[in-house]
Design a protein around this ligand. Structure first.
Ligand code: IVH
Length: 659
C-alpha cells in the first residue's frame, strides 16, 4: 500500500480506537493491537514526516485532546511560563531583561494552581471555552464552563474579545468532593488541580455544576492598541465583570520583588485555594515585543515556584507494609492534616536507617511535606515537643507471616524471605494483573484478596488454572455467571500481552516497566534473558550493577524457573515481537551514545533508535555498530576510533533516521 495511504489509515484507526475507549468507554481493539498500530505510525511518521496528518494521535501523547469534546484551534498559542525556584535564578531572569531594556516595571500575580482556560465573548456574550490542550488545539468545554457560578455570561460592555484565566477548585470543595468519593469507595483526587482538571473533562455538565469550580481571569488576548499594560488589563477585566484575583502589585526592583514574594508566601497559607507560586510579568505591553518569546514561553515573564508546603503533625504510630519483592516498609500513621489542599494521614518512612538517622519516635511531632506534591513524606522531628517518647525499634518478624526478617548486607531494607508469605503473594498477584503489567482488569485488588483467601490463587501460575474451577467460582458471593466468564476471558486474553509486560509483571526487583522493555528489546526472549550474566547485562545502556544482579538472582531460583516453564506451557508470550514493519538500517544495530546532543535529549535519541529496531548499549566494543557522537565526546569516541566503529554526527544520524 502507498505509504501516505497507510499513514492516513493508521491515523484514522487509532483516533477511532481512542474515541471508542475514552468517549464511548467501549474499547474495540486490544491494548496490544493499539500499541502495535501506534508504534507503526510513530515509525512511519519519523521516516515520512511530510505525510504526517494534522490530527495525528502521536501529537497527543501528553496534552491529550479527547474526542468527546470538539477541538478548538486557539487564535494565539496558549503558552506556558518558565520557572525559577530561588532568588538567584530570579536575579538572573531580571538581568536578562535588563540587558535588553533599562527601564520597566513588573507586575506580580499569584500563580493559581488549576488549569488554563480560554474564553471567547462575542458582543459581550459568552460564546466558547476551550482548554489549553497541546497549546495549539484545545477542547471545547463551553457547557461545563457555563456552570461556573462567578463567570459572567454577559459582560458590562458589548465587546468581542478572548480572555484567559485559571479554573480551580477551592480547598473546601476539594475536601468535600474527596470525602464523598471516600464514602462511595471511589479513588480520591491527589490534589485540587487534578480534581479541577478531571472535573472539566466530565461529559455531564450537571456533575461539573455540583463540584463548584471557580475561576480567575488574568489575560486579554489582543486589544494592545487600547490597553497598554498588564495592570490596565487586570483593571479592565474587573470592570467588564470578570473575577480577577485581587493580589497583584507593581514593583520596579528585584529587592521589591523579593519582598513581595515573601508577603505572598505568608498570605497564600490563609487562602481558600491552592497557589503554587508567583507570576512575574513585565508590565508594559510595548516592551513584550522587544523582549520576545521562545517557542514555549514568553521571555518577559516567569513563575517563581514556592517550595512544597510543610506541616507539623503528630506521629501516632509506625506500621509496616510489604511489597511484592518482600521488602518491608515502615509507614507513619499521622494525625490527619491538610497539606497543599489534601488530607494526609499516612506517609512513607522509607526504612530503618531513615527513622534512626532522623531519630523519629512514635508520639513525636513531625514535619510532613508532599514530595512531588503527591507522595507525603516525614521530613524531621520538632524536638521542642519531645517528652518521654521511646526510640524506634525495628520489628524482627514479618507482620504478616511472622517469619524472621532479613537485612541484606549493603542494603537498608528488611525483607521477608518466606516464599509462602501470604502478603507477598497477594502483592505479586496484584502487580501481575495490574494495568501496566498484564492488564487483567477484572482481577483487581479486592478479587485477588478474596480468591487468595479462599485458596484459589496462591502464585501467579494459578491464575492460568483458574478456569478449572469455573463452577466453584460461580458459586462465590458476588461472582455471578457473567462475572466469572468475564474474568476467565480476561485471563485468556492476557496470554497475548507482549513479552515486556510479562517480564514487568513477574515483579523482579528493580525491574520496572521501562527496564523490562529495555531487557526485552535486547534479549528478545525469555530463554536468552535467562542465560544473561551480570557482565552482559551492564553492557546495556541504563542497566546498572544492581539491576543486573537482581535479574541474574531472579533466574537462579528454581521456583522462578518453574513458574516461567508453567507460564510457557499455558501459552504466554515468551518472545519479543518488534512492532515495526518497515525495514530500517537501524534494525538490530547496536548504538552507543556519547557527548552532548543538540537537537534531542539522550532519552529521545534512544527511543528513536529503539523504535527503528536498534539497541543502545553503554560501552563501545567490537559489537558496536554505530557511535552517535555529540559535542564534547570523550573516551567512548576515542575507543570507537581505535576499534574502527563507524561514528555518526548528529546530522548524519538524522539523515539515516529518515532513511
Ligand atoms: S500568565 C504565557 N498568570 O500557569 C502564559 N498564568 O505555566 C501566560 N497560571 O498556563 C500565563 N496563574 O495555567 C499567568 N496569574 C497567572 C497565572 C497563570 C496560574 C497558570 C496558567 C499557565 C501556567 C504557566
Amino acid at each position: 500500500m502507498e505509504i501516505k495511504q497507510k499513514i492516513i489509515e493508521l491515523t484514522e484507526q487509532i483516533n477511532q480506537a481512542n474515541y471508542d475507549y475514552h468517549t464511548l468507554d467501549q474499547p474495540t481493539i486490544s491494548d496490544y493491537e493499539y500499541d502495535q498500530k501506534l508504534q507503526e505510525l510513530i515509525q512511519l511518521e519519523i521516516k515520512y514526516p511530510e505525510y504526517k496528518q494534522p490530527n495525528s494521535p502521536t501529537d497527543k501523547i501528553g496534552g491529550v485532546v479527547l474526542d468527546q469534546f470538539e477541538k478548538v484551534e486557539h487564535q494565539e498559542p496558549m503558552m506556558s511560563l518558565s520557572n525559577v525556584f530561588n532568588m538567584d535564578e530570579l536575579v538572573l531572569f531580571d538581568e536578562r531583561i535588563r540587558k535588553i531594556i533599562p527601564e520597566y516595571s513588573y507586575i506580580t500575580e499569584l500563580k493559581i494552581d488549576g488549569l488554563a482556560i480560554s474564553l471567547v465573548y462575542e458582543n459581550g456574550i459568552f460564546k466558547q471555552a476551550a482548554t489549553r490542550g497541546d497549546g495549539l488545539v484545545g477542547e471545547d468545554v463551553t457547557e461545563n464552563v457555563k456552570t461556573l457560578k462567578r463567570l459572567p455570561h454577559v459582560l458590562k460592555h458589548p465587546i468581542s474579545l478572548e480572555v484567559r484565566g485559571e479554573i480551580y477548585m477551592s480547598h473546601k470543595s476539594f475536601n468535600r468532593l474527596n470525602e464523598q468519593r471516600m464514602e462511595d469507595d471511589l479513588p480520591l483526587f491527589a490534589n485540587p488541580r487534578n480534581a479541577a482538571a478531571g472535573t472539566i473533562r466530565q461529559l455531564d455538565s450537571s456533575i461539573v455544576a455540583k463540584r463548584n469550580l471557580d475561576i480567575f481571569v488574568y489575560q486579554i488576548v489582543g486589544l494592545e492598541h487600547q490597553i497598554h499594560s498588564q495592570h490596565e488589563a487586570l483593571n479592565y477585566l474587573k470592570e467588564l465583570g470578570f473575577p480577577v484575583n485581587p493580589n497583584h502589585h507593581l514593583v520596579t526592583t528585584v529587592e521589591e520583588l523579593k519582598k513581595q514574594i515573601e508577603t505572598y508566601d505568608t498570605l497564600r497559607k490563609k487562602l481558600n485555594y491552592e497557589t503554587d507560586g508567583v507570576v512575574i510579568k513585565v508590565n508594559e505591553f510595548a516592551l513584550h515585543q522587544k523582549i520576545g518569546w521562545t517557542v514555549k514561553h514568553p521571555k518577559w515573564a516567569t513563575a517563581y515556584k514556592f517550595p512544597a508546603e510543610q506541616v507539623l503533625t503528630k506521629l501516632k504510630d509506625i506500621t509496616f507494609q510489604i511489597g511484592r519483592t518482600g521488602v518491608v516498609t515502615p509507614v507513619a500513621e499521622l494525625e490527619p492534616v491538610i497539606i497543599s489542599g489534601s488530607r494526609v494521614s499516612r506517609a512513607t518512612l522509607h526504612n530503618e536507617d531513615y527513622i534512626k538517622t532522623k531519630d523519629i519516635r512514635i508520639g513525636d511531632m513531625v514535619k510532613v511535606h508532599k514530595a512531588g506534591e503527591i507522595i507525603p513524606k516525614v521530613l524531621e522531628v520538632d524536638l521542642s515537643y519531645r517528652k518521654q517518647q521511646q526510640p524506634f525499634v525495628m520489628i524482627t518478624k514479618c507482620p504478616f507471616c511472622h517469619h524472621p526478617l532479613v537485612r541484606k548486607p549493603g542494603e537498608a531494607d528488611y525483607y521477608c524471605i518466606n516464599d509462602d508469605c501470604p502478603a507477598k503473594h497477594i502483592n505479586q498477584l496484584i502487580h501481575f494483573a495490574s494495568r501496566q503489567a498484564m492488564d487483567i482488569d477484572t482481577l483487581g485488588e479486592k478479587v485477588v484478596e478474596m480468591l487468595h483467601e479462599l485458596g484459589f490463587l496462591n502464585t501467579i501460575a494459578d491464575i492460568y488454572t483458574l478456569h478449572e474451577y469455573e463452577n466453584d467460582l460461580k458459586g462465590l458471593p458476588g461472582f455471578g455467571e457473567r462475572k466469572v466468564e468475564k474474568l476467565l476471558q480476561a485471563i485468556e486474553n492476557s496470554k497475548q500481552q507482549p513479552f515486556d509486560r510479562l517480564l514487568f509483571g513477574l515483579g523482579i526487583k528493580l525491574v520496572g516497566a521501562k527496564v523490562a522493555r529495555t531487557l526485552a528489546i535486547h534479549y528478545l526472549s525469555m530463554d536468552a534473558l535467562k542465560q544473561a550474566t551480570v557482565t552482559d547485562l551492564v553492557e546495556i545502556d541504563e542497566i546498572g550493577d544492581m539491576i543486573a544482579q537482581s535479574v541474574v538472582t531472579y533466574f537462579q531460583k528454581p521456583e522462578h524457573l518453574e513458574l516461567i516453564e508453567n507460564l510457557k506451557t499455558y501459552g504466554l508470550t515468551m518472545t519479543f515481537e518488534k512492532p515495526y514493519v518497515v525495514q530500517h538500517a537501524f534494525n538490530d544495530k547496536t548504538f552507543v551514545l556519547t557527548g552532548k546532543l543538540e537537537n534531542y535529549t539522550r532519552d529521545e535519541a534512544k527511543r528513536m533508535i529503539e523504535n527503528l529496531g536498534g539497541r543502545v548499549s553503554s560501552s563501545v566494543s567490537k559489537q558496536t555498530d554505530f557511535v552517535l557522537a555529540g559535542s564534547d565526546a570523550g573516551s567512548k569516541l576515542k575507543k570507537a576510533q581505535e576499534l574502527g566503529v563507524p561514528i555518526l554526527t548528529e546530522t548524519e544520524f538524522k539523515v539515516k533516521i529518515n532513511g
